[in-house]
Design a protein around this ligand. Structure first.
Ligand SMILES: Cc1cc2nc3c(=O)[nH]c(=O)nc-3n(C[C@H](O)[C@H](O)[C@H](O)COP(=O)(O)OP(=O)(O)OC[C@H]3O[C@@H](n4cnc5c(N)ncnc54)[C@H](O)[C@@H]3O)c2cc1C
Ligand code: SF4
Length: 501
């Protein structure tokens, strides 16, 4: 008989709950799910504690706004402060952000790995590239990672491909972790068909099958330590009760690059640059209007990408939103706005993820994490260039007009020459470029030198025995590509380090 995914639902816990396991994993996103599945497969008794709840596919709604309130942390309103305050988006659910992500899977870029190993040869020795690749290959099989079938990619993918061809830019169907995808375009609201193999539909059921227990609706508030190291965690259930979980072998933090450093600092564990070095991929988007219907909300949410600008730190992707969010991207007032809204099905949206060089910080705050993510001037230049290239691709594909969405620049552009002029006429004020961040890294950095890093190259905390960090907090830099597969590959090596030690 298949076991239920969730062992205990914190909403039903109203009295103190005491739990125990060999290893406690905090967080059930790609990092936590991978560690849980790998350890359970080795007969380690694993307990996963997750703040969010379990959401089966039939409960997912089409409205982006409603999905945000059910599945996103802070209803999707978390803000990173800096010269350009920008939202950072995270899921809060059994399965973590994988429940609401675009299902894009990229391998660990070898040039990023080489840079890490050059900067810290000990890291290269401890984490051979072949081990990362082997982990990715196994995950690719389990998660059915394949290129998007053009039959379900939607018109927006054809538009991107046509524009890229005309401009001579390399492009391809996006590789995604889906099976039986119908191109319903709702990945960011949770796949209603269960086609996306998010963690709640893949590695977490594997872990449970092998004996792991998942307790949902429990927010971990502190790590328990004594003179010998970490021996458990405390938290609070959604039903308002104290939860205490003890671990005989240790605690693994997989709560994300925002929540993990907060948990460390709140637990009085301040060793190393914890909470510093936040890096990420801010995203910009441009909308284009076409003569014929595009139906941007249909087809794979993110099914096609332009890879030919990665050397500039730019990755361009199709971007499906539900109409309530698409509507907010359209410029104009009064009748002009009404006319454009009536033509909503004629719009195509493309986004670009920027490999930002700015570094920020995360600290515990009164009402949640205090996140700062200031951009450098070269990041704003990248944003400006991305807007130019996105606009050019749309115009090259036949858009009648595009909406760059940059304050102080033309709200509507019809001529590719004018689009190119944004690189000279567009402001370098970061506030002019609406951005949001969805890929976050670097706040509990891994390294051989305990004085400049938080965890060692075996993912163990330098100062607290029995404590590991498995999520992208440990990445020394950002990647320039969508991170979930590299996060899972690294978490596989984290699990191997735990079983080895
Ligand atoms: C809208 C969106 C689209 C994206 N699309 C893609 C994509 O297509 N491809 C890709 O590669 N990446 C994508 N990403 C990024 C990717 O999903 C994340 O990088 C990845 O999920 C991070 O994995 P993680 O396990 O570190 O953290 P998460 O997936 O964020 O999981 C962390 C979990 O820990 C839980 N948690 C946090 N604090 C606590 C606590 N104190 N107690 C208990 N539980 C806690 C959280 O509730 C959460 O469920 C996207 C992100 C967003 C927001
Ligand atoms: S595009 Fe639609 S059907 Fe395909 S995985 Fe995403 S939500 Fe599911």
């Amino acid at each position: 008989m298949t076991r239920p995914l969730v062992h205990i639902d914190g909403r039903t816990v109203h009295k103190t709950l005491l739990l125990s396991a060999d290893v406690i994993v905090v967080g059930s996103g790609p990092a936590g799910a991978t560690v849980a599945a790998r350890l359970a497969a080795e007969a380690v008794r694993v307990l996963v504690l997750e703040e969010g709840h379990s959401h089966p596919p039939e409960t997912f709604v089409e409205s982006g706004v409603q999905a945000m309130s059910a599945l996103y942390r802070d209803l999707g309103t978390s803000i990173a402060l800096g010269d350009n305050p920008m939202p950072y988006l995270q899921g809060r659910a059994v399965g973590g952000t994988s429940v609401i992500n675009g299902a894009i899977c990229w391998e660990f870029p070898d040039e990023v790995y080489r840079a890490w190993a050059d900067a810290d040869p000990g890291l290269g020795d401890a984490l051979p590239f072949e081990s990362l690749r082997a982990a990715e290959e196994a995950l690719s099989v389990r998660l059915h990672i394949t290129g998007t079938d053009p039959a379900i990619a939607g018109r927006k993918a054809e538009i991107m491909a046509a524009g890229a061809d005309r401009l001579g830019l390399t492009h391809r169907p996006i590789r995604r972790n889906v099976v039986g995808c119908r191109g319903a375009g709702r990945c960011l609201q949770g796949c209603p068909h269960g086609a996306k193999l998010s963690m709640d539909r893949s590695l977490l059921p594997d872990a449970v099958r092998d004996g792991a227990r998942i307790v949902a609706g429990v927010r971990v508030t502190g790590i328990l330590t004594d003179g010998k190291g970490a021996y458990g965690v405390v938290g609070v259930s959604a039903g308002g009760a104290r939860v205490e979980a003890r671990a005989s072998r240790g605690v693994v933090l997989a709560a994300s690059a925002i929540q993990t450093p907060v948990l460390l600092r709140k637990s009085g564990i301040h060793h190393g640059p914890v909470g510093d070095g936040l890096s990420g991929h801010p995203g910009v988007s441009v909308t284009g209007r076409f003569k014929d219907p595009v139906n941007n909300h249909l087809g794979a949410t993110q099914g096609h990408e332009i890879t030919g600008l990665r050397h500039e730190g730019l990755k361009l992707e199709t971007l499906g939103f539900d109409r309530s969010i698409l509507g907010s991207r359209i410029p104009g007032l009064g009748r002009e706005l009404a006319r454009r809204i009536a033509e909503m099905d004629h719009y195509a949206v493309q986004g670009a993820a920027l490999r930002a060089e700015g570094r920020g910080s995360v600290r515990p705050g009164f009402a949640g994490p205090r996140v700062r993510f200031p951009l450098l001037v070269q990041d704003v230049q990248k944003a400006r260039r991305a807007v130019r290239r996105l606009g050019e691709v749309l115009l090259a594909a036949g858009a009648e007009e595009v909406y760059p969405g940059v304050a102080g620049f033309d709200p509507v552009v019809r001529d590719p020459k004018r689009m190119a002029e944004i690189e000279t006429d567009g402001t370098l004020d970061p506030k002019a470029y609406p951005m949001s961040v969805t890929h976050l890294f670097g706040t509990a950095k891994m390294g051989s030198d305990p004085s400049t890093s938080v965890v060692g190259t075996d993912f163990r905390h330098h100062a607290v025995p029995g404590l590991w960090v498995a999520d992208s907090s440990v990445f020394p830099t950002n990647l320039g590509v969508n991170p979930q597969l590299p996060i899972m590959a690294m978490a596989t090596l984290c699990a191997a380090a735990i079983t080895a030690g």
